[in-house]
Design a protein around this ligand. Sequence first.
Ligand code: ES4
Ligand code: ZN
Length: 326
Amino acid sequence: VSLRDFALGLPKAELHLHLEGTLEPELKFALAERNGITLPHTSVEEIRASYDFTDLTSFLAIYYPAMEVLQTADDFHDLAWEYLVRAKAQGVVHAEMFFDPQAHTSRGVPFENVIGGYRRAAVRAADELGITAELILCFLRDFSAEYAMATLMEALPYRRWIVGVGLDSDERDNPPGKFAAVFARAKAEGFFLTMHCDIDQVGSIDNIRAVIDEVGVDRIDHGTNIVEDPALVAIAKERGLGFTTCPVSNSFVTEQMKSDEIVGLLREGVRVTINSDDPAYFGAYVGDNYVALAEQAGLSHTDLVQLAINSFEVSWITPARRAAYV
Ligand code: ES4
Ligand code: ZN
C-alpha cells in the first residue's frame, strides 16, 4: 500500500481544525446565493483565486470577510457537515473542532445560530457517519478580554455541547496573559483548555512558557517554537502535553512546514499531532497533512502510526462523553 493510501486510511483524531476554515469556494458561492448576498466574485473559480495570502496577517484579512455568507443555523450546519464528510474520507474517526463565535456575533449573527447549526452536524455525524465530533469554543485574541468573558457567559447554557475553550487569531500584541481571567473561569466551569502559540511570533517562547506555567493548558495549538527551550520541552514531555501542529498551514503562514521541529519533538517522545488548521484555504485536509509531512521529512509508516496514536492520547475523549454517544 502506498504511503498516501496508508496515511489516509489510518484511523485518526483531528484536534486542530477551524470550522470557519473549511469554507470551500463552492459552499461560499451557494450560501451567498441562498442568503441573497452579492459577492464581489461571479464564479467559484474567482472565489478560489481570492483565497490568496502570504502570511498570517494577509490570511486573516481574507478569512474573516469570507464568513459573511454564514448567517442561519442551516448555514453553520452545512459547513460543519461538509467538513465531517471530507474528514471521514481522510481517516478521521473523531474530531475536536474549533469555532469562532465572535467572528459571527460581532456582525450580528446570534450565538444560537452558530452553535445550534454546528451541534446538529456533530450529532448527525455520529448517526450517519459513525464518527464522533466535539466543539471547542475559540476566543478571538484581537478582541478584548471583556468580550471573551461575555462570550464564555453566553456559552454556559450550551456547556454540554462544548468540550473545551481555545484562543486564536492574531497573537501579536495579544499575549496569553490578556485572557488569564477568562481561562481561569473556563477551567472552573469544567472546560478543557488550549491556546494557539503560533509559529515564530515575537516572544513565542515566552508565550509558550506562560501558557504552560500560568494558564495551565491541557494542549497547545502549534507551539513548535518550544524547541528553543529544551528545559521546557522536558516539562511538556513529562506532563504528556499535546501539541497540535499543522504542517501545510505552517508552509503558508511561514516559509516552511517546520518539519524539523515537529519530527524532533516526535523523536523525543513529546505528544505531537498532525492536523489541517484551515483546510479549505490551505488546500490540504488532515490525511493530506500526514502525507505532506511524511514526504518532506521521510517518515516511516510506524512514525505515522505514532502520530495517529498521539492524536487519540491527547484528545479530550472521556468515558462520560463517549457514553453519551452510545
Ligand atoms: C488561524 Cl492559521 C491561523 N492563525 C491564527 N488564528 C487562526 N484562526 C484560523 N486560522
Ligand atoms: Zn489554528
